[in-house]
Design a protein around this ligand. Structure first.
Ligand code: UD1
Length: 429
């Protein structure tokens, strides 16, 4: 019908157990820091194990918008050459609104050219998402930062290494300050730095380009600035959250699944919680096997924390698993103020959840019932897919464009292990 928007949804018939293997893609949160970092080099960077997700496609658009040459010579590979970047080109709101990681261009452009202009970033909404720690870090390096009409402008004649203490543990601010500091003069020390696997991956990438970054993965990162950085070839780490999502899915519906191409160490906080629920998790060198034949797993307590704590990006998926566990679970969200909106959708499927401030109290029910639900954000959307797999009957999940931001071929990967899920186009009206 003319004028009626065609959008996509997932239709899931629940109840199937999972059997087989799922191969994990490159990490979204690593690649979205590493692609902007590539413009710091004086030559082309070849980046491998790139996931085919819409956030990556948007980052490619943004990089091309500022003049970077971005080629995709084969599946899973991008080559970025920043030699023709125009640092005066503003990155407009219509691009930054779709992708929070657009703000990494602030650090990268500032580090490389001493000049950046980026509209305020968007991304998933789960409460206020301030960028004061990013700005504080840039200013400590000698930059002048102003925000006018929702555009952040950072300039510096010369960046000088400095000591930066993060008042809160922030992945975004740690990455942004690293990007600016690698080409500053002298030593920068970031204290109370985030320790996520993608921070370590970014440090390894920067060092492959000739930077001198030490201590990533601890809460003190030391960066000695270098005048020249060169191109390199680099492969992105596996996605911790994608792997965790499929681990929880297997635990929630039961079966026997091997999740391939992972770094088991990155998954320890998730493994531990699943074991507490009574699920069997077997670590291999680069794989994790999840086996669950129990009727209903046990309730447990979960509190999100910066790495190595339980990741906030796994909170909605874990909460879905707990909806049918035996007993009452407590889920405390300590990173974000407002990350339980999706529980409304779960209640429509029959879940018993009371949200009290930053805590969700979940009393296990016998089963969820299929219903039309929507993805409120990326990870909440993945959680709805798991809920649909657990539920009796049919669940439709709309707003799946949000899920496509971070999960490569989710329908294909789940179908291959036995899930009855299809993607279909429908008329929104
Ligand atoms: C956070 C998660 C990350 C996840 C992402 C999306 C942590 C430490 N980080 O990263 O794993 O992928 O959400 O769900 O769990 N903050 C400030 N000022 C700032 C920056 C942040 O006060 O300048 C606060 C935020 O409000 C939040 C906390 O610090 O409460 C963590 O934010 P940050 O790590 O920056 O968020 P992301 O990088 O988006």
């Amino acid at each position: 019908m003319i004028g009626v928007p065609h959008v996509e949804r997932f239709v899931i018939r629940g109840g199937n157990k999972l059997h087989g293997e799922i191969k994990i893609s490159g990490a979204k949160n690593a690649v979205l820091g590493i692609m902007p970092a590539a413009i710091l080099a004086d030559g082309p960077c070849r980046i491998e194990n790139i996931p085919d997700i819409s956030d990556v496609r948007m980052m490619i658009k943004i990089l091309r918008h500022i003049g970077a040459e971005v080629e995709t010579p084969e599946e899973g590979v991008v080559v970025i050459d920043g030699k023709n970047v125009n640092a005066n080109e503003n990155i407009p709101d219509k691009m930054t609104r779709k992708l929070r990681a657009s703000y990494y261009l602030l650090g990268a452009l500032l580090g490389r050219y001493g000049n950046a202009s980026v509209s305020m970033p968007g991304g998933c909404y789960f409460g206020e998402r301030p960028i004061d720690q990013h700005i504080k870090g840039f200013e400590a390096l000698g930059a002048t930062v102003s925000t006018e009409s929702a555009v952040v402008v950072a300039t510096a004649d010369e960046l000088m290494g400095s000591s930066v203490y993060m008042d809160v543990v922030s992945v975004g601010a740690t990455i942004n300050v690293m990007l600016a500091a690698v080409r500053a003069k002298g030593l920068t020390v970031i204290e109370n730095a985030a320790r996520e696997p993608h921070i370590v991956d970014l440090a390894n990438f920067l060092n492959s380009m000739g930077a001198d970054v030490r201590g990533a993965g601890t809460d003190v990162i030391k960066i000695r600035g270098t005048a020249n950085m060169h191109g390199c070839t680099y492969s992105i780490i596996p996605d911790q959250i994608e792997a965790g999502t499929y681990m929880v899915a297997a635990a929630a519906v039961g079966g026997d699944v091997i999740i391939q191409d992972v770094i088991p160490k990155h998954l320890e906080s998730i493994t531990t919680k699943l074991e507490e629920c009574g699920v069997t998790v077997i670590e291999g060198d680069e794989s994790i096997r999840v086996v669950s034949n129990i009727e209903r797993p046990n309730a447990c307590r979960v509190k999100t924390r910066p790495h190595p704590g339980f990741p906030t990006d796994m909170q909605p998926q874990m909460a879905v698993l707990l909806t049918t566990c035996k007993g009452t679970s407590h889920v405390v969200e300590s990173v974000w103020d407002n990350r339980f909106k999706y529980t409304q959708q779960l209640k429509r499927m029959g879940a018993n959840i009371i949200v009290d401030g930053k805590t969700a109290i979940i009393t296990g029910v016998d089963n969820l019932n299929g219903a039309p639900v929507e993805a409120d954000d990326l990870r909440a959307g993945a959680a709805m897919v798991i809920a649909g797999m657990m539920a009796k009957g049919t669940t439709t999940v709309t707003n799946v464009n949000l899920i496509d931001r971070g999960y490569e071929k989710i329908v294909e990967k789940l179908s291959a292990v036995g899930v009855d899920i299809v993607r279909e186009v429908f008329d929104e009206e």
